[in-house]
Design a protein around this ligand. Structure first.
Ligand code: HEC
Length: 222
């Protein structure tokens, strides 16, 4: 047993001064001097704090306010710019439709194949009346026609069937064809195509070349 008992017993024989001295000694050992020891880590904490602060400001500046995917800038477009953008998208869509529904015959470059598929680049069938090219897509075309001084459709086997796409797709693809490869004709609207479809609803068979030439005298005047 124990030191403690011994000490308690011995304290009875100690003077007050001795007691104070012993206690202060004990105290001294329990709490080693803290001065100078505390201030060093405090300075480090402060310096690191400042560093982190400065770094985060720097980071915030260089990384779009910490946003990995910053919101797109909202750009105010004028009405003309909006319309140009709309037309651009329409033509893009028309180009895709052309690639799927027309390019196998008329070729991606719009030049067709001589003796078989007539060219669309520079063709008056394409660049004049909006309804003419629309009607050809709506109902198809057979029989002899002349395109850019050359005759096509001389063989009954080579003809164009109606292309089964909706009004919007016809508007997009005709608008594309009318401005591609140097062609410079205006846009065709979906609502116009709907009207052309209505106008030719009684036409069951493919158009013949002669029939269309009669229907559009102004186009084939010369
Ligand atoms: C299967 C082949 C084929 C496909 C597909 C086809 N055409 Fe044709 N197209 C022809 C042929 C053949 C003629 C000529 C018919 C004739 O001489 O009677 C023609 C004629 C035309 C003409 C009138 C003549 C000219 O060259 O300007 C236009 C316009 C036209 N096609 C547009 C299109 C468009 C637009 C598409 C797609 C939406 C398309 N065609 C899909 C074969 C095709």
């Amino acid at each position: 047993m124990s030191d403690e008992n011994n000490r308690n017993q011995s304290s009875e024989f100690m003077s007050d001064e001795e007691m104070v001295e012993i206690h202060s000694k004990l105290n001294h050992e329990k709490h080693p001097p803290t001065k100078g020891f505390l201030s060093a880590p405090l300075i480090f904490v402060f310096v690191f704090g400042c560093l982190i602060f400065v770094c985060s400001i720097q980071l915030a500046h260089s990384t779009n306010q910490f946003q990995l995917h910053p919101p797109r800038e909202i750009v105010e477009l004028s009405d003309e710019e909006k319309d140009a953008l709309r037309l651009e998208r329409k033509i893009e869509s028309g180009k895709k439709i052309f690639g799927v529904r027309c390019a196998s015959c008329h070729q991606a470059n719009g030049l067709g194949i001589e003796g078989q598929y007539p060219p669309l680049a520079g063709s008056r069938w394409v660049t004049t009346e909006p309804s003419l090219i629309s009607q050809i897509i709506l109902k198809g075309l057979k029989g002899e026609i002349e395109v850019m001084g050359k005759v096509y459709g001389t063989s009954a086997a080579v003809n164009m069937a109606a292309v089964a796409i909706d009004d919007r797709e016809i508007a997009n693809v005709t608008t594309y064809v009318r401005q591609a490869w140097g062609n410079q004709a205006g846009e065709i609207l979906e609502s116009e195509v709907a009207q052309f479809r209505e106008e030719s609803k009684d036409q069951v068979d493919q158009w013949t070349g002669d029939q269309l030439v009669d229907m559009y005298p102004a186009v084939f005047a010369e």
